[in-house]
Design a protein around this ligand. Structure first.
Ligand SMILES: Nc1nc2c(c(=O)[nH]1)N[C@H]1C(S)=C(S)[C@@H](COP(=O)(O)OP(=O)(O)OC[C@H]3O[C@@H](n4cnc5c(=O)[nH]c(N)nc54)[C@H](O)[C@@H]3O)O[C@H]1N2
Ligand SMILES: Nc1nc2c(c(=O)[nH]1)N[C@H]1C(S)=C(S)[C@@H](COP(=O)(O)OP(=O)(O)OC[C@H]3O[C@@H](n4cnc5c(=O)[nH]c(N)nc54)[C@H](O)[C@@H]3O)O[C@H]1N2
Ligand SMILES: [Mo]
Length: 764
């Protein structure tokens, strides 16, 4: 008899069908109208697994610090669990005693399981905080720039602003014009960090369209909004949105269309900001013709769009791509300034929104219930907290001073790295630089189910189970989901909780870490904590039998009627914002005090380090859009289907405009070399006129596979991106600021090796 089990993921709920310890089918959940294709990767959960604890040869023979330059280049020795746990634990002890906790880096960013017990990062933080701490991280690769700047102008955390954001139901009813910077990619909305519920974005967009909402896609790709809802497209040079937005505000000012009553009541710093826009403070009016030169959008079109926005009920949405760019903070601040000028903030269907099109739960309203996770103790005092994407700088620059969000600190000397549930050799910018920095630590431990590029570059690899192989509890905006073990882990793989508990035992923290519980017992404890806050929830047995809980009061489509900042609009005194002035700040005294040349105290246009029509564009004439992949989540299951089925000439597809391809003598299915002065990679060509001719698109996630010259044969865009912080404020990643060129790859394209098994030496 086939067994049907329940599973929650970052990309939605599923039902898993298994027989004789194998997955035979991945079914969309019965409640989900549009299950994501991404889950089909689970059919291939056995391929390229780490089966036994594995130690890099030289490290095992010579001890910590031996031949870091051979990471990823030499065989592994498979050892017993006891030996591997002892080696890793002894190393933790040695590092702490000899160098102090700051010499350990365990920031461990990444999208491991969405389960609340076997969340690999959370378990690692729990144990290592009990053990005295480690150099930690702030922010995310997704949204650091927004996370840093939003509190200064809205007085609330970025994620709180998303939770309070305007609902789809209100948009469908009231919005005339939905202007989206960075598109509304349907495939991106299949995913939400920590757990996606049933998928409704497509239905909502169709519903809004049917009720009369016009969608305007401002971005370099026409198909960033689904053709089904007939969106308008305003192409723009990537990285120039702020110039375009400032010119829209300029138009509103010169045409006397600024809502003066709104800015007088709800905005702090309008005078100073508008004098910047008019060029009074810097002799450069931010006029449509000025912006036309930068953005490539015709000056008349800018004026017409600005006036259209002011004539209609307009919602300005900002995705995340715009802020994963040099000076990315400014796109959020400037877009909010435009919404202030339009004066529709707090009105149904108008104002500002973020980040529709970047994750699936946006627009569902505040229905999400708190789902308890395994408790993480507070950070011990001492070791520093760096902005997450400055990790490579940290490894390379012990003792160097850094600036970050009004503070400055000194990078510690990192001797040991422990990563659980992330793949920096896909996600970090400029992987050539990372590869060299990665040679420096004395010991690198990675917990992974698969032989990813990061696992291959570790000294100690612990094989972990996947969510299909253990019980857990998951949450999403409209559901609580039971994760059930469908099959056994292969080889000697163990659950992340078990792995951490074994290390805890060596550190004499077992009782404290486990509280005497097994992983399964924690699942029940967390459920009971949820039930204590939600009396309507059935008992654990019943929940497990059904496999999910739907939150009461939430309709099929997650209907909810929320208008962002409506209470503030109704009463700006009683509901003042958390900013120093209580208003939306377009001038921040706090930021002014930091005196950062790359983040002024008001929204501003600053030249990015490169862009089309600007710096470097005569040498590198194409902009590389490294957006999120449609068939997978980041790099997960890239080694198998459905991701491999999407490859062209055995590598990641790159979309190229027909004119651009013709100029370079490139045709569909060819292999091209994508290159700039930072690096190069190979990719398989798809010709498509859905892009601006000066733009090429190569999604993230192909398993990094550098040849001896550093050229990535698999097509990872981070062989080309620059590793630089957005500004001193957020120090966020700036992957989306990237110029390249492409050429036909001459000769036989080399085989991709990153999907091969690593080499092993078997012990006698
Ligand atoms: N050029 C460019 N680069 C980018 C971006 C971009 O737009 N452009 N986007 C950035 C963004 S927004 C993000 S969020 C990052 C994503 O970067 P990551 O989060 O690092 O990417 P994933 O591929 O999701 O890595 C998760 C890893 O966890 C492992 N894993 C899954 N489940 C488990 C588990 O249960 N236990 C353990 N131990 N491991 C598990 C997976 O096998 C996988 O290797 O990439 C960033 N990089
Ligand atoms: N299927 C799937 N969905 C995902 C993910 C995944 O891996 N797979 N990852 C998830 C994660 S971790 C995140 S953070 C979100 C990311 O969500 P986003 O950051 O919003 O998504 P991206 O795909 O990076 O970019 C969206 C579009 O922005 C446009 N764009 C790029 N640069 C610019 C610019 O300067 N200006 C303008 N106007 N447009 C620009 C590009 O055309 C691109 O297609 O997606 C999530 N959704
Ligand atoms: Mo992300």
């Amino acid at each position: 008899m086939n067994k049907i089990t329940s599973l929650g993921t970052h990309f939605g709920p599923y039902r898993i069908e298994s027989r004789d310890n194998e997955i035979v089918k991945v079914h969309g959940h019965e409640l989900d109208p549009a299950p994501s294709e991404i889950g089909q990767g689970y059919l291939h959960r056995s391929e390229l697994r780490v089966l036994r604890p594995s130690i890099r040869k030289s490290w095992l023979e010579g001890g910590p610090g031996t031949r870091g330059d051979l990471r990823g280049k030499e065989p592994f020795v498979e050892v017993e669990w006891n030996q591997a746990i002892a080696l890793a634990s002894d190393e933790l002890k040695r590092i702490r005693t000899t160098h102090g906790p700051q010499a350990l880096f365990a920031g461990s960013y990444g999208w491991g399981s969405s389960g609340r017990v076997h969340a690999p990062g959370a378990l690692l933080f729990r144990l290592l905080r009990m053990y005295g701490g480690y150099t930690d991280v702030w922010g995310t690769y997704s949204s650091s720039a927004a996370e840093a700047i939003v509190p200064y102008f809205l007085g609330m955390r970025y994620h709180a602003a998303i939770g309070r954001g305007t609902s789809w139901s209100v948009i469908a009813e009231h919005t005339d014009l939905f202007v989206s910077f960075g598109g509304l990619r349907r495939s991106n909305t299949e995913v939400t960090y920590g757990g996606q519920g049933t998928h409704h974005t497509e239905e909502w967009m169709k519903k809004a369209k049917a009720k009369g909402t016009d969608f305007l896609n401002v971005g370099p790709l026409r198909d960033d909004i689904d053709a089904q809802i007939s969106p308008r497209w305003q192409p723009i040079r990537p990285g120039t949105d702020v110039a375009f937005i400032l010119a829209c505000i300029h138009t509103l000012i010169t045409n006397d269309r600024v809502d003066n009553e709104f800015v007088a009541t709800y905005v702090h710093g309008w005078q100073k900001f508008s004098s910047y826009v008019m060029g009074e403070s810097d002799q450069q009016p931010k006029s449509p013709s000025w912006a036309a030169n930068i953005s490539g959008i015709d000056a008349n079109a800018i004026e017409e769009l600005a006036l259209e926005m002011s004539n209609r009920r307009t919602l300005i949405n900002v995705g995340l791509s715009l802020q994963r760019a040099d000076h990315g903070e400014q796109s959020y601040w400037a877009a909010t300034a435009l919404a202030c000028a339009l004066g529709q903030i707090g009105l149904p269907g108008g104002g500002i929104a973020f980040p529709f099109g970047a994750q699936g739960n946006v627009g569902a309203g505040q229905v999400r219930k708190r789902v308890p996770g395994i408790p993480i103790p507070p950070r011990p005092e001492g070791p520093p907290v760096i902005s997450v994407s400055r990790f490579r700088e940290l490894l390379d620059n012990p003792g160097k001073t850094y600036d970050f969000n009004g503070e400055s600190g000194e990078f510690p000397d990192i001797k040991m790295v422990w990563w659980a549930g992330g793949n920096p050799f896909h996600h970090h910018q400029n992987l050539t630089e990372l590869a060299s920095a990665w040679e420096r630590p004395e010991t690198i431990v990675v917990q992974e189910p698969f032989w990813t590029p990061t696992a291959r570059r570790a000294d100690i690899v612990f094989p972990s189970s996947t969510p299909l192989e253990r019980n857990d509890l998951g949450g999403a905006e409209n559901l609580l989901i039971s994760h059930e073990r469908a099959v056994d882990p292969p080889g000697e793989a163990r659950d992340d909780y078990e792995i951490m508990a074994l290390v805890a035992e060596q550190l004499e923290l077992k009782e404290q870490f486990t509280e005497g519980r097994s992983g399964d017992e924690w699942v029940e404890v967390l459920y009971d904590l949820f039930k204590a806050e939600n009396e309507w929830a059935p008992d654990f047995e019943e929940f497990r039998k059904v496999g999910y809980l739907r939150y009461p009061g939430v309709s099929e489509m997650g209907e909810n009627h929320q208008v962002f900042l409506s209470e503030f609009r109704d009463d700006p005194v009683a509901h003042k914002l958390g900013t120093p002035s209580g208003r939306i700040e377009l001038w921040s005294e706090s930021i002014a005090e930091f005196d950062y040349e790359d983040c002024p105290p008001h929204p501003a246009w600053m030249e990015p380090y490169e862009r089309l029509g600007g710096r470097n564009s005569s040498t590198w004439p194409l902009h590389l859009v490294s957006n999120q992949p449609t068939v997978r989540i980041h790099s997960q299951y890239d080694h198998t289907e459905p991701s491999q089925g999407s490859k062209v000439a055995g590598r990641e597809p790159i979309r190229v405009h027909p004119e651009t391809a013709k100029k370079r003598g490139v045709s569909e299915g060819d292999v091209v070399r994508v290159f700039n002065d930072r690096g190069s990679c190979l990719a398989g060509v798809v010709i498509d006129d859905a892009l601006m001719p000066e733009v090429v698109q190569l999604s993230t996630g192909a398993w990094y596979d550098p040849d001896s010259e550093g050229m990535c044969r698999a097509g990872n865009p981070n062989a080309l991106t620059r590793d630089r912080g957005t500004s001193k404020l957020a120090q966020g990643p700036s992957a989306h600021t990237c110029l390249v060129d492409i050429e036909l790859f001459a000769g036989a394209a080399p085989r991709v090796e990153s999907y091969d098994q690593p080499e092993f030496i078997h012990q006698q």
